[in-house]
Write a protein that binds this ligand. Structure first.
Ligand code: DCP
Length: 229
């Protein structure tokens, strides 16, 4: 099914050698993006760029992710500004392979900014500055993206996963917050009524077990990625 979709979108690997064919993996917190992307590490023609969460946890010794959740009024804007910078670095980094697969993007960082704006975690003037940066970047920086894979989940499922993985900084994240983040991702990537789409979207059922997801990943890889010897 996925291969048919790829084919219908005229995704031709031989056309990628001048610039990497770039895939962004998107979805709610806990939707399985890391698991999904890790499966591509065994392919020597693919550069896997994980989300720089570790950078956000250690900005010259400061855990900005933690501060953002503990004191959003003070740190949400600064955190999102740093996310934008680190994601732009990943978009523009030169990679030696014909394929590049990224966990999230500067595009989905916008979903969090939108939610923080709606829920007043950001002051109006803060969201204006972040949005102006965003608009400047997408106009002036080459952020070429060829495909988005959306791991669509239900908030209750990701809430359970998030509690189980127990990332310390996320102990205060509520089901309601995940519902808000889900809605914005869904309006953008599934209903397609929110922001414009930077690339075609394939939606996968991210509620599935890891084993079932691996089967989906394998189907993607077999068609378009060459396995390392
Ligand atoms: N985050 C945020 N704003 C962003 C990007 C991320 O507030 N623009 C936060 C939400 C999470 C943490 O950073 O607390 C990491 O979120 P992700 O959904 O990007 O990564 P996960 O590790 O949750 O992904 P998955 O479980 O799907 O692998």
């Amino acid at each position: 099914h996925i291969l048919k979709l790829f084919a219908r979108m005229s995704i031709i690997p031989s056309a990628v050698y001048k610039r990497p064919f770039t895939v962004c993996i998107e979805g709610n917190i806990g939707s399985g993006k890391t698991t999904f992307i890790n499966e591509f590490k065994q392919y020597n023609d693919t550069t896997v760029l994980q989300e720089p969460v570790e950078l956000w946890r250690n900005v010259s010794g400061t855990n900005l992710l933690e501060l953002m959740y503990k004191d959003p009024g003070q740190y949400a804007c600064l955190f999102q500004s740093y996310v934008q910078l680190t994601m732009l670095q990943l978009h523009t980094i030169e990679t030696p392979t014909p394929y590049k697969i990224m966990e999230r993007s500067v595009f989905s960082a916008r979903c969090f900014i939108e939610n923080m704006k709606r829920t007043k975690m950001l002051r109006p003037v803060e969201s204006v500055v972040l949005e102006e940066w965003y608009n400047w970047c997408i106009t002036n920086v080459k952020l070429k993206t060829d495909l988005i894979i959306y791991l669509r989940t239900t908030p209750e499922v990701v809430y359970k996963r998030m509690r189980e993985r127990a990332r310390e900084e996320e102990c205060s994240v509520s089901l309601e917050y995940l519902q808000q983040v889900h809605q914005i991702h869904d309006d953008w990537l599934y209903h397609r009524t929110l922001f414009s789409l930077p690339a075609p979207v394939i939606t996968l059922n991210g509620d599935k077990s890891i084993e079932e997801m691996f089967a989906e990943v394998r189907k993607c890889k077999e068609g378009f990625f060459t396995k390392a010897d």
